[in-house]
Design a protein around this ligand. Structure first.
Ligand code: E4P
Length: 218
């Protein structure tokens, strides 16, 4: 399973990238806002900076909600850097735009997906990635991981090439559950990625090894 980091924060992206296991980055307008990135020129510069840190796919989201606007914005974003994947919301004009981009060889991430039906439309339109939002489904007492599982099974049954990118990951256990249901990618906050490293037996085992080494070597 591939690991993306879900942030627009350059320090966090660098820290995750330095681990050597990062495959890409996802951003969205809220994450860009959190970093205080204002205006088109600054946004474009920021996307290019991210692309220059990580050797992998970087999702940049369109703001337009009409077909023509999405095409215009998506083509501009895609021209910024070869790593850019155009993130498009799962609405009717978005599905049409994904179909257009797929015909032009522009890679897409269909976002704000909450059901297998939406994921079916995204795959039929030729999306590179589909992003089911695990945490936001859990927030409303639904089962986010089960939606990921259903999409993975549907794509496998019908041979769709679209990759399932589990999004809205909130904690480390979500990552483990994504592995169990066969998601192609999980996009995670840095804290959830670092959580994978934690085990008290690793800490106590290492302390013991170092203490034993000191006994004989001083
Ligand atoms: C990433 O592609 C999504 O925009 C993001 O994972 C949403 O996460 P949130 O539900 O924590 O805002």
């Amino acid at each position: 399973m591939k690991f993306f980091i879900d942030t627009a924060n350059l320090d966090q992206i660098r820290e995750a990238n330095d681990l050597g296991v990062l495959d890409g980055v996802t951003t969205n307008p809220s994450l860009m806002e959190k970093e205080g990135i204002k205006g088109k020129e600054n946004q474009q510069k920021h996307y290019i900076e991210i692309c220059n840190i990580v050797d992998g796919d970087v999702s940049a989201e369109v703001i337009a909600t009409d077909y023509e606007g999405m095409i215009r914005e998506g083509e501009e974003l895609a021209a910024l850097h070869p790593h850019i994947v155009v993130k498009v919301p799962c609405i009717a004009d978005g599905i049409k735009a994904i179909k257009h981009f797929s015909g032009k060889g522009i890679r897409t991430n269909c976002t704000l997906v909450f059901s297998p039906g939406q994921a079916l439309l995204a795959a039929k339109a030729g999306a590179t990635y589909v992003s089911p939002f695990v945490g936001r489904l859990d927030d409303i007492c639904s089962d986010g991981i089960d939606v990921v599982r259903k999409i993975v099974e549907m794509y496998s049954l019908y041979g769709f090439k679209t990759q399932v990118l589990a999004a809205s990951i909130r904690h480390t256990q979500h990552i483990i559950q994504c592995i169990e249901v066969g998601a192609d990618v999980a996009t995670c906050p840095l804290s959830a990625i670092k959580g994978l490293l934690k085990h008290p037996l690793t800490d106590s085992g290492l302390a013991q090894f170092l203490a034993d080494y000191k006994k004989v070597n001083g």
